[in-house]
Write a protein that binds this ligand. Structure first.
Ligand code: HEC
Ligand code: HEC
Length: 322
């Protein structure tokens, strides 16, 4: 009798485990308990929208390994080695459960941890720095509603000297200036909204702008494509140059692409852009996608052919683009 009750308990436990596993598989990709809505009176719903526009889920969820939503663990390649994205669920031990609003504002605006540690710019705070304070607070309200997951952070796998965080101080001194938040209004509201979505939240230049030897974005080639993007593959020119960029795409083509990943030539986008769309951009409103398209079309066209067949990156000393 006793033995059978014990085995029943074990069977029950195994059933619960199986159910938990099944749930984690089912909900790993789209577990938003709160629907993203930029106009909602609920700050968490507005925050869910900011999270989608800013693509936070892509890096902080290890989809390939079945990792839980926002629980980190994904290894991101960078010119300095592999950087592990941390757990940003509200778990008090392994996530950011104990964080105040100001802690999150500081991380996004200044790239500093609550203890004053400097973050690697693989966390694109260089773009998020100009995020509106109200958007940061909405984001925090949303993050507080996410299911807490106990998942300890993995160590980074960086090469010396990049493995030493102090290395970041001269880098920041050279390349990072915490931005004031973007002004809420501008002469052309639509272009200003598009600019905010592309440059600040969408951090498109993190992939679409080539980098110099020190991993800093080249200002003269803003969004003009990179031969060596984050995954080592080439990233296209998205300035409106007709030959080498997206000059022949209409605004409607662009907005449609940002929602679906289909180009006007009928190609289905792959890899990191597919992730950026699936985890983020496809959740945005049509008005926001059109504002992004209008902003991209209004940029200065830069002629920069980006080879579609990537060759290995040049040695560190040769000073090529990344
Ligand atoms: C391109 C990848 C990427 C994106 C996009 C990204 N992050 Fe991160 N994030 C990282 C990495 C990598 C780190 C770790 C940096 C380090 O250890 O220096 C990090 C660190 C953090 C931390 C610090 C956690 C801790 O334990 O100290 C927070 C909070 C955070 N990110 C929140 C966000 C939010 C919110 C968004 C969206 C607005 C976001 N991240 C988007 C890669 C990313
Ligand atoms: C994580 C890196 C990454 C980020 C962030 C990113 N992109 Fe991309 N993007 C790519 C890659 C890689 C491709 C090429 C994919 C392919 O060819 O299948 C691409 C393709 C595109 C294309 C198609 C261009 C063409 O000529 O086919 C457009 C348009 C585009 N991205 C716009 C954007 C915008 C707008 C943003 C910001 C909201 C953005 N991307 C953010 C990596 C990124």
């Amino acid at each position: 009798m006793r033995a059978s009750r014990d085995s029943l308990r074990i069977a029950h436990g195994a059933g619960a485990l199986l159910l938990a596993l099944l749930m984690s598989v089912l909900f790993a990709r789209a577990p938003l308990a709160v629907e993203p809505d930029p106009e909602s009176p609920d700050p968490a719903a507005r925050g869910a929208y900011v999270l989608r526009a800013a693509g936070c889920a892509t890096c902080h969820t290890d989809v390939a390994k079945g990792g839980a939503f926002l629980a980190g663990g994904r290894m991101l390649t960078s010119p300095w080695g592999a950087i592990a994205a941390p757990n940003i669920t509200p778990d008090p031990e392994t996530g950011i459960g104990g964080w105040s609003d100001e802690d999150l504002v500081r991380a996004l605006r200044d790239g500093k941890s609550p203890e004053g540690r400097t973050y690697y710019p693989a966390f694109p705070y260089t773009a998020y720095s100009g995020m509106r304070r109200e958007d940061m607070l909405d984001l925090k309200a949303y993050l507080d509603t996410v299911e807490p997951v106990a998942a300890p952070n993995k160590p980074h796998e960086l090469r010396f000297p990049f493995s030493v965080r102090l290395f970041l101080h001269p880098w920041r001194w050279l390349f990072f200036d915490p931005s004031p938040e973007e002004p809420g209004s501008a002469p052309d509201e639509r272009l200003a909204r598009g600019r905010y979505l592309v440059e600040t939240l969408g951090h498109c230049s993190e992939c679409h702008t080539p980098r110099n030897m020190l991993g800093a974005l080249k200002p003269g080639l803003h969004l003009a494509g990179s031969r060596y993007g984050p995954g080592g593959l080439s990233v296209p020119n998205i300035t409106p140059d007709v030959e080498t960029g997206i000059g022949s795409w209409s605004e409607i083509d662009l907005a449609f692409f940002l929602r679906t990943g289909f180009t006007p030539y009928g190609d289905d986008v792959q890899g990191e852009m597919r992730e950026a769309i699936d985890d983020g951009l496809r959740h945005l409103t049509q008005a926001d996608l059109e504002a992004m398209a209008a902003y991209l079309k209004a940029l200065q066209a830069i002629r920069n052919p980006v080879s579609p067949t990537p060759s290995p990156p040049p040695a560190f000393s040769s000073g090529g683009d990344w």
